[in-house]
Design a protein around this ligand. Structure first.
Ligand code: NAD
Length: 503
C-alpha cells in the first residue's frame, strides 16, 4: 500500500476532472446537469474542504431517468442471459482496473480508512462477478404435471427499479444492489446518498464503458426529500431497493404506498456481541474490537453492544480499554490509520452528543469520549462501560466508533438483553459450548448470526435483518426473489371438462 503523500498525489490526479466539471447525472447514456441547473457541494470530512459541485437532481430528472429505464427495459430483459453476463463481467473487470481510484475517492469523500477501502472496491467487483454468473439461472422455473394441466412457473424481471443507497461504504453497497437487478434483467435508476457522490459516478461511468445499453442504468444525484422521494413515488418504477436508516425506510413505505411499490429494506442495527466466560477470549476480544471500530463504526453490522458475562467482565473490559486506547486515528489515506473522520458535521454532532448522554445516564466513559484534533470530523474510539440496556446509548444506533458494554449474569439474561432493542440485524455469539450456541442462536432475534466469528460474508448466503432492521434478503438466489415476479402458465392437455354456461 502506498504512503500518505503518494496516495494524496494520486487522489488529486483523479479529482482534477471532477473539480473542473463537477459531478453530473448520467441519464439514458448521457452525462447531464440537473434539469434545473441546481448544484450542491460535496465536502471532505478530513478537512471540511469542498471537493466539487454535484448536480442536484429533482423530480424532473427522476422522471426523465424513469422514462429512460422504462424504454430500455424490454431490450435488456430480452437480451440473452449469456450476453448480459459478459457485460456484467466487463463491469467487474473495469472496477478492478480502477480499484485504486475508487478506493482513494471513497476515502476522501467518506472518511473511511484506505486499509479497508481497497478491499471494499474489490468486493464491488466480486458482487458483479457473482451475480453475472447467476444471470443465466435467474429465470429458472418449475414444472408440475397433472393429467389436465402442465403447470409451468417462470420468473420474469419486475421492470425498472429504483435503488437508493446510503453514504457508508457506498461503492460496495451500490454494487450489492445494482448487480443482481441487472443480472435479473431489470433496468435501474440509482439515487446515491448526497454525502458520497464520487464513487457512484465512477461506477455509472464504468457501466457505460462496459457496454451497458443506454437507459439500463441511470444515475440521478440529489437529496432524499426531493430526488429520493420522487423516485419512490414514480409510477413507472416497480420496486425500491433501499439501504439506510430505519426511519427513512418507514417514510419510503408511506411514499410508495400510492403506487403499491414493492420494497426491499436493509436498515439500521444495534447488534450484540455476546461473550460467555467459556469462550476463546483473545479471539472474542479481537472480533469485538474489529466489528465496532473498523470502518469508523459506520457500519450496519457493527457490534455496538458488548454483552459480557459477569465472571470475566472485569478482565475483559480492562484488556478492551487498553486496546481501544491504542487504535490509530488519522488521515484516511494513511495506510497506518485504523479510524478516520466521521462522514459529516451533523453526524459528528450526533455521535458526540452521546458522550454527554452516557454521562447523564450514569455509564462510565472508559475510553475516548472526545473529539480528536480540531479540524475534520474525527472522534476518538470510545467505550462506555457499566451501562444498562435501558440506557439511550444501548438502544439507539450511534453509528460511530462507540461501543456500549453491558454485563450479564447468565444465559437467560444475556438473551433478554440481546433481544431487547427494536433492531435485529446481526448477532455475534462467543462460547465453546455447542449446545448453548445452538440454543442461543435459535432464540436470538437477528437475520444474521455468527458463532465464534466476526462478520464474514459469503455471497451465496442470505443477508438482511428482522424487526426494525429490514425487510427482505440479498445474496444467493434471494436477490432474484425481489427483482423478479413468479409467473404461472397452465397448458391444458384437453382432458378436463370446461364448465359450460347458457344454452
Ligand atoms: P439515510 O436513511 O439518511 O439515507 C439513505 C438514503 O436515503 C440516501 O440516499 C438519502 O438521500 C435517501 N433518502 C432520505 N430520505 C428519503 C426519502 N424521504 N425518500 C427517499 N429517499 C430518501 O441513511 P444514511 O444516514 O445515509 O445511512 C446510514 C444508515 O444506513 C444507518 O442506519 C445504517 O445502519 C443503515 N445501513 C444499513 C445496511 C444494512 O444492510 N442493513 C447497510 C448500510 C447502512
Amino acid at each position: 500500500m502506498s504512503d500518505l503523500a503518494t496516495n494524496t498525489e494520486t487522489l488529486n490526479r483523479h479529482l482534477a476532472r471532477f473539480r473542473e466539471t463537477g459531478i453530473l447525472n448520467l441519464i439514458n447514456g448521457e452525462t447531464r446537469p440537473a434539469a434545473s441547473g441546481a448544484t450542491f457541494e460535496t465536502l471532505s470530512p478530513v478537512d471540511e474542504s469542498v471537493i466539487c459541485s454535484v448536480a442536484k437532481g429533482s423530480a424532473e430528472d427522476i422522471g426523465t431517468a424513469a422514462q429512460a429505464a422504462k424504454a430500455a427495459f424490454p431490450a435488456w430483459r430480452d437480451m440473452p442471459a449469456l450476453e448480459r453476463k459478459k457485460i456484467l463481467h466487463r463491469i467487474a473487470d473495469l472496477i478492478v482496473e480502477r480499484a485504486e481510484e475508487i478506493a482513494l475517492c471513497e476515502c476522501w469523500d467518506t472518511g473511511q480508512a484506505i486499509r479497508f477501502m481497497s478491499k471494499a472496491a474489490l468486493r464491488g467487483a466480486e458482487n458483479f462477478r457473482f451475480f453475472a454468473d447467476k444471470a443465466a439461472s435467474a429465470r429458472d422455473g418449475q414444472q408440475l404435471q397433472s393429467p389436465t394441466l402442465m403447470n409451468v412457473t417462470t420468473r420474469v424481471p419486475i421492470g425498472p427499479v429504483g435503488v437508493i443507497t446510503p453514504w457508508n461504504t457506498p461503492f460496495m453497497l451500490s454494487t450489492w444492489k445494482i448487480a443482481p437487478a441487472l443480472a435479473a434483467g431489470c433496468t435501474v435508476v440509482h439515487k446515491p446518498a448526497e454525502f458520497s457522490p464520487l464513487t457512484a459516478r465512477i461506477l455509472a461511468e464504468i457501466a457505460h464503458e462496459a457496454g451497458l445499453p443506454a437507459g439500463v442504468w441511470n444515475l440521478v444525484n440529489g437529496f432524499g426529500e426531493d430526488a429520493g422521494k420522487a423516485l419512490t413515488e414514480h409510477p413507472d418504477i416497480k420496486a425500491i431497493a433501499f439501504v439506510g436508516e430505519s426511519k427513512t425506510g418507514s417514510m419510503i413505505m408511506k411514499q410508495g404506498a400510492d403506487t403499491l411499490k414493492r420494497v426491499h429494506f436493509e436498515l439500521g442495527g444495534k447488534n450484540p456481541v455476546v461473550v460467555f466466560d467459556d469462550a476463546d477470549l483473545d479471539r472474542a476480544l479481537d472480533a469485538a474490537i474489529f466489528m465496532i471500530y473498523s470502518l469508523n463504526g459506520e457500519r450496519c453490522t457493527s457490534s455496538s453492544r458488548l454483552l459480557v458475562q459477569d465472571s470475566i467482565a472485569e478482565t475483559f473490559e480492562a484488556k478492551l480499554i487498553e486496546r481501544v486506547n491504542s487504535i490509530k486515528v488519522g488521515h484516511p489515506l494513511d495506510p497506518a490509520t485504523e479510524v478516520g473522520p466521521l462522514i459529516h458535521k451533523v453526524h459528528f454532532d450526533k455521535v458526540t452528543s452521546y458522550f454527554e448522554t452516557a454521562k447523564q445516564d450514569g455509564a462510565t466513559i472508559a475510553a475516548g469520549g472526545t473529539r480528536a484534533g480540531d479540524k475534520g470530523w474525527f472522534v476518538r474510539p470510545t467505550l462506555f462501560t457499566h451501562a444498562t440496556n435501558d440506557m439511550t446509548i444501548a438502544q439507539e444506533e450511534i453509528f460511530g466508533p462507540v461501543l456500549t458494554a453491558i454485563r450479564f449474569k447468565d444465559e437467560e439474561e444475556a438473551l433478554t438483553l440481546a433481544n431487547g432493542t427494536q433492531y435485529g440485524l446481526t448477532g455475534y455469539v462467543w462460547t465453546n459450548d455447542l449446545t448453548r450456541a445452538l440454543r442461543f442462536t435459535n432464540a436470538l432475534e437477528a437475520g444474521m448470526i455468527w458463532v465464534n466469528s466476526e462478520n464474514v460474508r459469503h455471497l451465496p448466503t442470505p443477508f438482511g435483518g428482522v424487526k426494525a432492521s429490514g425487510i427482505g434478503r440479498d445474496g444467493g438466489d434471494w436477490s432474484f426473489e425481489f427483482y423478479m415476479e413468479q409467473k404461472h402458465i397452465g397448458f391444458a392437455t384437453g382432458r378436463h371438462k370446461i364448465p359450460r354456461l347458457g344454452a
